[in-house]
Design a protein around this ligand. Structure first.
Ligand SMILES: [Ca+2]
Ligand SMILES: [Ca+2]
Length: 196
């Protein structure tokens, strides 16, 4: 049986498009974006804070909440609060993201960070974590910059290349770490995690 030219052409087109589709879906980076408009969408609050000598047996106050109307986009952002009067403590949001079938990934997390005021004093650091373990302590984090560098929103980015090993997941976290003895509040919005 002899295939007509039309049929041969159709077969070639089918093979080429399916190979392009396979290449596209396997090489395309995964992108997770979050603007906190309806909930935390898997982002969880966590902290590593000292005990409060003014309230024996209890850690200093800290809190993570969705607030409105302060937002970089939409109507909500995530607010991080900590009583930093002991000159110590780190508060963050963290998320576990599945990365099945990969041995190495390049991860980038970017986010908008809001400070109500600019200060020449370093009141807090903006910090982030990318890794294969659940971040639990301040030392897990790298400091990306000074929280009070400007008044208003500023974008920060942290990147890392991870060997996944036997793990099928990665963890990403972003937050603040105390540098000055005071109570403080900062906001985060428009988080984007890219996994390639
Ligand atoms: Ca938002
Ligand atoms: Ca944690």
């Amino acid at each position: 049986m002899k295939l007509s030219r039309k049929v041969c052409f159709a077969i070639v087109v089918l093979i080429v498009t399916s190979e392009v589709a396979v290449w596209y879906f396997y090489s395309k980076p995964l992108v997770h974006t979050e603007s906190f408009e309806s909930d935390f969408d898997g982002w969880m609050a966590d902290a590593h804070v000292p005990l409060d000598p003014n309230n024996p047996g209890h850690p200093v106050d800290w809190n993570v909440s969705r607030v409105t109307p302060l937002a970089h986009s939409g109507e909500y952002s995530t607010e991080l609060y900590i009583d930093g009067k002991q000159d110590d403590g780190t508060v963050w949001i963290e998320k576990k993201i599945p990365v099945e079938g990969k041995s190495q990934v390049h991860v980038a997390v970017s986010f908008e960070f809001y400070s109500e005021q600019k200060s020449l004093n370093v009141i807090a650091g903006v910090c982030a974590y990318i890794g294969v373990f659940d971040p639990e302590v301040e030392d897990d984090f790298v400091v990306l910059g000074v929280a009070n560098e400007i008044a208003g929103w500023k974008e920060y980015t942290h990147t890392a290349t991870l060997q996944i090993g036997s793990s099928n997941e990665i963890w990403v976290a972003i937050g603040i770490t105390v540098r000055w003895e005071t109570e403080m509040t900062y906001n985060i919005d428009d988080v984007k995690v890219t996994i390639g």
